[in-house]
Design a protein around this ligand. Structure first.
Ligand code: GDP
Length: 511
């Protein structure tokens, strides 16, 4: 653990959100926190570590002050505080006037206005939190779902740091081994054999590779993703959207093409935040269509607002991580829908065959049994068979059937009217969102962490290559240090002392 940084000044800030509230807190951290607090309010009892004290907030510091509020003042003595410095929290009523008065007075008494995040930065600088834990504080505050909050809490508790720790320890040992061989050659230390170095590097790689892979799930839990709901007008997109949102957010009408703008709503499925985008009907007109690339010229026969809507839909479709294609079970597949299905091949997508209440024969259970294709006959209501037929035709066109079938979206039968199939739809969306990646403790959740692990892996690969080419240990060490610094950015710094201590304790140099 790094030595605590000495920070001379005392910082102050209003720590509760702006605006009025039941309670508002002014926080002070630094060597003068307690002495400023004593002058800031009229304490009824002396400050004591981790005890709340009643105090009067006075309107002025002159001879005849009037009490304008009553506050609870809690003091935490260094190093047993959030920042590891002296820390005082003054909890008054959440009146901006009172809080600003307290803050201004604290500044007049010698405190400095804290920068955003500076309390947590001090916790980091003092070694109380490592960088991943400091990031987790921000993530916890920003969390929108309980799953995100749990993830942040586990990272705040050091889950990620603990996961990295064994690999880092092995790496430090390897560095110490090579350093010892170089620095203490005269002490008759054996030079570490090439094979031994190769074995140790090889052992380091799998846990770090697994950590790197955890970003797939960690990123989704952290950031969430976007699901675009697309399909022809009147297929039931808005109704399904509302079912998923569970309240009437989009306006549902029986006139085709009325959802002209994009309606978005954030929902949580399995704790993963998902931004639903209800696109305007990708409308099929006599000359209009969604072209294969989804970028074709817009049809001049549509009115301007609708054109704009369709344009936005295409953008939403292009941007969204996931696509939900809504088909109407009472209709046959039209060309536009064929193109839509073709456009999402290889992308994370799923198909809802909606209005199952109106078309019993179109239930997706039937999809497994190949049936006669009614495509293009204009009289069929068996959309399930049509989707299957589409799958078959696609497979013969583009390659072996199995791989194409795998890349074709899963199909769910739904009724936005009765609610049938909505639970299954949610499950499929969740499976699609997570890509099957399981939740695990100590996942990487942001790009910085991911980049650090990628850098460490690349540096280890370089070290392995250098070792295989019998390059001098000094050079191999450069790669190993690069890996170590990358891991340091997750777990906290490795100091030269850490390595030296290991050299002395393990190799008994100089006794
Ligand atoms: P959109 O244009 O794709 O957004 O379709 P809407 O959600 O506006 O629905 C069009 C019409 O179909 C409305 O009258 C809905 O009430 C109706 N509808 C939507 N889903 C279902 C369903 O599952 N069953 C039945 N019977 N009607 C539905």
């Amino acid at each position: 653990m790094p030595a605590p940084a000495t920070v001379a000044d005392t910082i102050a800030a209003i720590s509760t959100p702006p605006g009025r509230g039941g309670i508002g807190i002014v926080r002070l951290s630094g060597p003068q926190a307690a002495s400023i607090a004593v002058q800031l309010v009229r304490l009824r009892h002396p400050l004591e570590h981790a005890h709340a004290r009643l105090a009067d907030v006075l309107d002025a510091s002159d001879d005849d002050p009037a009490r304008i509020d009553e506050a609870l003042v809690t003091f935490f003595a260094a190093p047993n505080s959030y920042t590891a410095e002296g820390l005082v929290e003054v909890a008054a009523h959440g009146s901006p006037v009172v809080l600003e008065l307290l803050l201004r007075r604290a500044l007049a008494l010698g405190a400095r206005l804290a920068e955003p995040g500076e309390f947590t930065q001090r916790a980091f600088l003092s070694g109380r939190l490592d960088l991943t834990q400091a990031e987790a504080v921000r993530d916890l505050i920003d969390a929108q779902t309980l799953t995100q909050a749990r993830q942040a809490a586990s990272q705040m508790g050091g889950a990620l740091s603990h996961r990295v720790a064994p690999a880092k320890q092995s790496l430090v040992e390897l560095v110490a081994l090579l350093e010892a061989g170089i620095d203490f050659a005269e002490d008759d230390l054996d030079v570490t054999p090439q094979q031994e170095i190769a074995r140790r590097i090889a052992e380091l790689t799998p846990p770090l590779a697994a950590l790197e892979a955890s970003f797939a799930r960690g990123r989704i839990v952290h950031d969430g993703l976007t699901l675009a709901i697309v399909g022809r007008p009147n297929a039931g997109k808005s109704s399904l959207f509302n079912r998923l949102v569970e309240r009437d957010r989009a306006i549902v009408t029986a006139t085709p093409g009325t959802t002209r703008d994009l309606v978005t709503e954030r929902i949580s499925i399995g704790g993963i935040p998902i931004e639903l985008v209800d696109t305007a009907g990708l409308r099929e007109g006599p000359a209009s269509s969604l072209d294969g690339s989804l970028n074709g010229p817009l049809n001049g026969s549509l009115d301007e607002v609708e054109q704009l809507g369709i344009h936005r839909s295409r953008e939403a479709l292009a941007d969204a991580a996931l696509v939900l294609i809504v088909l109407d079970a009472t209709q046959t597949l039209n060309d536009e829908e064929h193109r839509l299905l073709a456009a999402v091949v290889g992308r994370p997508a799923l198909v809802a065959v909606n209005k199952s209440d109106l078309a019993e024969s179109a239930r997706s259970e039937n999809l497994g049994a190949p049936g006669p294709s009614h495509l293009g006959t204009g009289e069929s209501t068996n959309l399930g068979a049509a989707v299957l037929d589409f799958k078959t035709r696609e497979s013969s066109a583009t390659g072996p059937r199995t791989s194409v079938e795998r890349s074709m979206p899963p199909v769910v039968s739904t009724s936005a009217l009765t609610g049938e199939g909505i639970a299954a739809l949610r499950e499929k969306i969740l499976a699609l969102a997570t890509g099957g990646a399981a939740a695990e403790p100590g996942m990487l959740t942001n790009l910085r962490q991911h980049q650090a692990v990628i850098t460490a892996l690349a540096a280890l690969a370089d070290a392995a290559t250098a070792n295989a080419a019998t390059i001098p240990h000094e050079m191999i060490l450069l790669d190993l240090y690069r890996a170590l610094w990358a891991l340091d950015s997750l777990t906290g710094q490795t100091t030269p002392d850490d390595i030296l201590n290991l050299i002395f304790s393990t190799f008994c140099i100089g006794k």
